[in-house]
Design a protein around this ligand. Structure first.
Ligand code: NAD
Length: 489
């Protein structure tokens, strides 16, 4: 028996058939609707308003007015901070709904989403507090002794474009920081997972932020393309695929629109010869394929020393074989389905490619026998993967892990760095400082020694084609400021 929440996720959204523009829930320009489909039942469970280019124009106009003439960017920082803290409280009160929304739309296990949604209020609270401690005007003395004020001003109207895999948290990274800086926002969530943005908008509305400061228009990429080209936008903050990021970067360059990119990954976990497997497996197993591998920082390449290859692979594969795949609303489930039919097709194609190119399939590769419907795929592990193989180079975005052997540390570093990506990584060793030294040689935005940590109060982002700029932490707030120098002659 599947959980009834796949049909009714118990999320009380007031106006799913309206868009949030200029502080009001408004009927969209057209009658088009987004149909949300459960990845478990493969049946529709909700309908939401779909925006078109005219809705984008209205939302950008509202955000522009709110920025150019409204109170938000001019408000004392402490007042803005209080309002953001109120948003955090309101989000906190709705955590069960936020968890349910993530699980029903994406298929992420409720045991995971229930904890992970807490990052939404955490981000609003973090940036509310950080704003209070951030000097916005720096009094300096010029080279010839004159007075100078170096001022941090909000960058302007932000287009916040987010993917479907972690729709709440990825939106809150952007919105909490942008609003704290005094920017106004037009959010364009993915058409497959709009619920979270509606919930965030309801909390922002209830907190009493001025009209136009935050707007939501859910739509697909064509309408999104209108947003990124809109002359009223000052910054595009994009999380999604590297392919879309390249396109958006090229468009943004025409007007020198500011950009922030959080893109794909192919992160490596390096186990050193002295790694303690009992200590490593509890993080390595879930984080090599979290949310069915649909997480940008998944540790999808595991680099093992030749001297311990067999032992490590046996232990890892044994643990992965024990992952409980099933209904994501079941408390005991560790892995749900893939989110969309096209995701299942994509992952199956990569598994076929891995086999064709000569990697050795150790585990999985097909549909789990006990889940006859839904977009389920077994946790899949390939051994003897060459660094040049497609499955070692491209982001699969599914539960497919490549085991890659290495001879010595230099070989491990070379292989870890041998992709276009550089998002995250992990090093497992008995000697933390040795792990740190190795972390410094990995070309990626973050590395965890002996585990996997992504802390929203710390910077996160990519080297190489995994992105540009950072979200989270102090750096995440800086991304929404322009620097202005005022001289007193
Ligand atoms: P995607 O690039 O297809 O879409 C992401 C968002 O961008 C969606 O809202 C989509 O409608 C929109 N979009 C696409 N093309 C656009 C265009 N030309 N103009 C405006 N908007 C456009 O990605 P996806 O399949 O939704 O998400 C999966 C990808 O996201 C993976 O590559 C994953 O690694 C990446 N991701 C990165 C991070 C990170 O923090 N680095 C986090 C989560 C996901």
């Amino acid at each position: 028996m599947l959980d009834p929440r796949h049909r009714d996720p118990q999320v009380a959204i007031q106006s799913p058939l309206s868009l949030f523009i200029d502080g009001q829930w408004r009927k969209p320009d057209s009658d088009a609707l987004l149909t949300l489909v459960s990845p478990v039942t493969e049946q529709p469970f909700a309908r939401f308003a779909e925006g078109d280019t005219r809705d984008i124009d209205r939302a950008v106009d509202a955000a522009r007015r709110a920025f150019d003439t409204g109170p938000w960017p001019r408000m004392p920082a402490a007042e803005r901070s209080d309002l953001l803290a109120r948003v955090a409280d309101l989000l906190e009160a709705r955590l069960p709904e936020l968890a349910s929304a993530w699980t029903v739309q994406v298929g992420a296990p409720i045991g995971l989403t229930r904890h992970a949604v807490a990052q939404a209020p955490q981000l609003f609270r973090f940036y509310a507090q950080l704003l209070r401690g951030t000097p916005l005007v720096d009094e300096r003395t010029g080279a010839k002794g004159g007075r100078v004020r170096v001022v941090r001003e909000p960058v302007g109207v932000v287009a916040a474009i987010t993917p479907w895999n972690a729709p709440l948290v990825l939106l809150c990274y952007k919105v909490a920081a942008a609003l704290a800086a005094g920017c106004t926002v037009v959010a364009k969530p993915s058409p497959e997972t709009p619920m979270d943005a509606w919930l965030v908008a309801e909390c922002i509305e209830a907190a009493g932020l001025p009209p136009g400061v935050f707007n939501v228009v859910a739509a697909g990429r064509d309408v999104g393309d209108h947003l990124i080209r809109h002359p009223g936008i000052d910054k595009i903050s994009f999380t999604g695929s590297t392919a879309a990021g390249r396109h958006i970067g090229a468009v943004a360059a025409q007007r020198m629109v500011r950009t922030g990119f959080e893109l794909g990954g192919k992160s490596a976990a390096i186990l050193l010869e002295d790694a303690d497997l009992a200590q490593a497996l509890p993080s390595l197993v879930p984080y090599s394929m979290p949310i069915t591998g649909q997480v940008c920082f998944s540790l999808t390449r595991i680099l093992v020393p030749e001297s311990r290859h067999r032992e490590i692979v046996d232990a890892y594969v044994g643990a992965v074989a024990g992952i409980r795949v099933g209904d994501p609303f079941d408390e005991t489930t560790q892995m749900g389905p893939l989110t969309m039919a096209r995701q299942l097709q994509r992952v199956q194609d990569y598994i076929a490619r891995g086999r064709e190119e000569g990697a050795r399939l150790l585990l999985g590769g097909g549909r789990p026998g006990h889940m006859p419907s839904g977009w389920f795929i077994e946790p899949t592990v390939f051994d003897e993967v060459g660094v040049g193989m497609t499955i070692a180079q491209e982001e699969i975005f599914g539960p497919v892990v490549s085991i890659i052997g290495y001879r010595d540390l230099d070989d491990a570093v070379r292989k870890a760095n041998a992709t276009i990506y550089g998002l995250h990584g992990a090093v497992y060793t008995a000697d933390a400082e040795r792990g740190y030294a190795l972390a410094r040689r990995i070309r990626s935005g973050s590395v965890t020694v002996n585990g996997l940590i992504v802390d929203p109060t710390m910077p996160f982002g990519g080297f190489g084609q995994s992105g540009l700029g950072r979200e989270g932490g102090i750096e995440g707030l800086d991304a929404y400021f322009e620097t202005k120098t005022v001289y007193f002659a």
